[in-house]
Design a protein around this ligand. Sequence first.
Ligand code: SER
Length: 319
Amino acid sequence: MRRILVTGALGQIGTELVPALRRRYGADRVVASDYRTMAADLPATEGIFEQVDCTRIEQIQEAVRRYDVGAIYHLAALLSALAEEKPQVAWDLNMGGLYRVLEVARQYRCQVFLPSSIGAFGPTTPPDNTPQDTIQRPTTIYGVTKVAGELLSDYYARRFGLDARGLRLPGIISHTAPPGGGTTDYAVDIFYQAIRYRHYTCFLGPDTGLDMMYMPDTIDAIIRLMEADPARLIHRNAFNVTAMNFTPERLAEEIRKHIPEFAIDYEVDPGRQAIADSWPRSIDDSAARAEWDWSPSYDLESMTRDMLEKLGRRLRAAP
Ligand code: SER
């Protein structure tokens, strides 16, 4: 089996996907890469690590050649709020990085995993139970690169027979590496603040409903999709997936079941609120369920319990 290359391996998803891939396929079969140099305390670095800047095609080619890579999990990207602050950088990395990865994958016949997002939808998309195939006119640079990436991946699949697969991920909640610069980051920050200070000031308004998913389900979704029988995949590049849906107020209520004195207040950031308001309130993931048996394990209750337990243990050990 040829090796797997993970870009953005030191980011929120990469930090947990790399160890999961190493457990499943063998430690020496997974090459972690990031534009940053490795931080010794992250689990993603226990194994082969290469510094790869995805805006430099020769660096991607070199890693693929040197390690005989047969699959690229391309996670390197700026999240929505940060992308909105630096649209030119976001275009270079999110769009240019994806294009370069597809080109290298075409040259070396690699399978590719590409994360899309609920950010690929916009204000004219039906906002409730958003269908798999619907209007996509996002108003953020993040969304523009996601839609263009979905289309470009479909093009490479059709034109060059590339096995490119992808998910439209909702907000991801995890306790290992924090997200950075995303609109859904509040759903992670809230746990750190609840454990440390029993208080959180939320940058989205109390009634902002968005879909979310716990990291173990995200990892499971990525691996399951990449291993799925290609004959069953009709929508190969951009499956809607979700596991739970809540507002900040509902999440705070759930946390209070474990920390009764927890208090939340709101200082709405107009920039991130506008991004959230342009996204669907909830999405329909029935295509993923039908085509590759997607079925999440965690709901709001079980995710909250697990986050408080695992993050609490970690923060007590190293506050
Ligand atoms: N979690 C992402 C963000 O907020 C959405 O894809 O940017």
